[in-house]
Design a protein around this ligand. Structure first.
Ligand code: SF4
Length: 312
């Protein structure tokens, strides 16, 4: 939950999650939709799906106990070197590094390392340096201390160097290169996308469409959204474009894209069979008070919150 997300944001999600899924068994048995719903608002839904898949694998292959072996952990869905290192060191106190963004920042400044930190050779070098620093049998404390140092002292901008326990050894501090560390590879520019979302209502209920499992927002629901001018939607719903009302726009970002949705609303009579622009995707009519029961894509969540949130 904490990947890409701040602690204060995560706390209520974590508490709700742990209350519902206190162990691997309860998560393994849970319906995917419920899992996604509890995750809604944290984004990066693949993590929620991976957690459920991990719970199932741990129940099936490991008798309900997380393996203490790096290779076995790396074979679990969604577990990369950082997560494996964090699990091994924090849960089992195994002497391995847990290299997250905070730790990368501290270490590259400490050694004034100028290789792009997102490239494998630089990561390998950082891991090696941390391995040398971990006091034997103290990885749990050491890794957490290093993460906290990065999160609370060695801040991305204006780090609190006078209070840092490593200030006498820090090469970047000595050389005046702190602001330039860590070095990152240049990012491709953000690409802008446009789409159209329709709040189609019939007898007080709104149409939702579900993404297939192999699509980007696998398993999530959304208000009908298309990349074209909406004519295909108008035909399918038998609701001519001229009857639509423009409500406004919402935008959301994912990977390297920023997508702006122009939101319309319309009343629908009878939906025509077999002409859906969404092919075989599942569809559903849901009343506004029931929308919270369905995990929505980011764009549709913003649309719901802005135009269909319950009053009061
Ligand atoms: S001295 Fe400053 S830059 Fe160096 S590790 Fe400490 S907080 Fe970071």
């Amino acid at each position: 939950m904490l990947q890409q997300t701040q602690v204060a944001t995560v706390i209520p999600f974590f508490l709700r999650w742990m209350e519902r899924f206190p162990d691997f068994a309860s998560l393994a048995e849970a319906d995917e939709e419920e899992v996604l719903r509890l995750w809604e608002g944290l984004g990066y839904y693949r993590r929620a799906r991976s957690l459920r898949a991990i719970a199932r694998r741990v129940m099936d292959d490991w008798g309900g106990n997380l393996p203490r072996d790096e290779e076995a952990l790396l074979a679990l869905p969604g577990v990369g070197p950082y997560t494996a290192g964090a699990l091994l060191s924090l849960a089992f106190n195994v002497d391995v590094p847990a290299l997250d963004g905070n730790v990368e920042r501290v270490m590259t400044r400490l050694r004034d390392q100028d290789d792009p930190v997102d490239r494998p050779p630089a990561k390998r070098e950082l891991r090696r340096q941390i391995e040398e620093l971990i006091p034997t049998g103290r990885a749990r404390d050491f890794n957490q201390a290093l993460m906290e140092l990065g999160a609370l002292v060695c801040l991305p901008r204006r780090p609190l160097c006078p209070t840092c326990p490593w200030r006498d050894d820090c090469l970047a501090l000595r050389r005046g290169t702190i602001e330039a560390r860590p070095v990152k590879s240049p990012r491709p520019p953000q690409e802008k996308l446009r789409a159209l979302t329709l709040l189609a209502s019939r007898e007080g209920a709104y149409l939702l469409v579900r993404h297939h499992r192999d699509e980007r927002w696998a398993g999530l629901w959304e208000f009908p959204t298309v990349d074209d001018d909406g004519e295909s939607l108008a035909v399918w719903l038998d609701a001519p474009r001229i009857t639509w009302t423009k409500r406004g726009t919402v935008s959301h970002a994912f990977t390297r894209f920023r997508r702006t949705l122009t939101v319309f609303s319309c009343q629908v009579g009878q939906v025509r069979d077999g002409e859906s622009p969404f092919g075989s995707r599942q569809t559903l009519w849901v009343r506004p008070e029931g929308l919270n029961d369905y995990p929505l894509s980011a764009g549709s969540r913003k649309t719901r919150d802005r135009w269909l949130a319950p009053e009061g």
